[in-house]
Ligand binder design. Sequence first.
Ligand SMILES: [Zn+2]
Length: 148
Amino acid sequence: MKQAQHPDDASIQEYVTNKNGYNSRLAVHIQQCAICREKAAAYQLIISAIQEQPAHTFDFNVQELVMSQLPPSAPPVTTKKFLLLPVLLGAAVALIIPVYFFHTSLQQSLTGDVYLSLYFLIPVALAILALHILETYKKHQKQLTNIQ
Ligand SMILES: [Zn+2]
């Protein structure tokens, strides 16, 4: 084989690291060409040296060091627990107030006064809306504290 037909370094490395999978033309060339044989031997040396190196180990406890650097974990914010009480109170008030003020006309409203029936829905809707606003506000505040 002529000089121009030497396999490239990548092929020689492939030959050295994966002798079972080499193509025979490459193997024959390397076995017959002094230059390529030398290259292959050099790569073999490098690869052996790399493989003989012990795995990297730290002479200190990595986990301990990392954990000590982390900020102390705050207890999870139980927003739902805090929000549940006002919601229940709001819903109860929203139902009790109209019943209290319209107890005389309640029967009337139940028998078909559509406009009065609507009045019962308004406080509930307002309570749900207030809850959503409160929840969004709390979420926003939490995100702000997380950013800081
Ligand atoms: Zn060669």
